[in-house]
Ligand binder design. Sequence first.
Ligand code: GLN
Length: 284
Amino acid sequence: MLTVLECINKSADYLAAKGVECARTNAELLLGHLLKCNRLDLYLKFDQPLSENEIELYREFLKRRGMFEPLQYIIGSVEFYGLKIKVTPSVLIPRPETELLVETVINSVDKEDELNILDIGCGSGNISVALAANFPNSIVTGIDISADAIKIAKENAGLHNLSSRINFSLKDILKDVSFDSKKFDIIISNPPYVSEMDFEKVQPEIKNYEPDVAVTDHSDGFVFFRKISGISDKILRQQGMLFFEVAVNQSDHVKKILLNNGFENINIVNDYQNIERIIYGIKN
Ligand code: GLN
């Protein structure tokens, strides 16, 4: 019978041999998920034997991870801005860079403001949920082209008791730009910004498992930045703010797009790797 420690050691070796980075951490996180405890608690259970059933399930997890399925899809959730967000292969896995996008909004407006917010390409609903949770007087509209994503996003709003202030709906912003509500105070988007050319080079974890539609525009990478900036006259109020997450080397061009569409006071925020990652401006 294998103990927790033996399991971790064996599986860390297995994942390392498959070429998975941070193999031991992965092994611990998967076992922690299985045993419903956090990684640190595993250290208190080192001598505990695992049941046959647990070993069987753990083996399944390891097999999937060994084939480079992202850890977050196996575990089924991710922590985003301090909130637990359910994820499935129908949605992009929320990234730490996107927490910076949320933080930038939080640092730019008054917490008590009655904001009408639009999140374009909401995916799992991570951004909408984090903003609704941090702006208690806000109303958030989240749209996405994927019906499966909208389903997950609704679940996430429910999980955090925010369904009454978040309205998720199916919409392709490239085809339909009509909204029932009054003009928005804030528009935010982390759109599919990988160009067709760069999409060839993305990591296998992304390419093989995350939804293409959330990652690439199958064009030059700027399709959504142009579209959203272009329709801002119609859907964003004067002095309203637009926040984007961008890819490496996109900020200069996105800044031009924003300037051409009547935005001013444009700011850029660098991420943890010092990459220009967040860009935002005020509608003139
Ligand atoms: N809004 C989600 C996120 O930021 C999904 C983005 C997307 O699918 N491109 O993680």
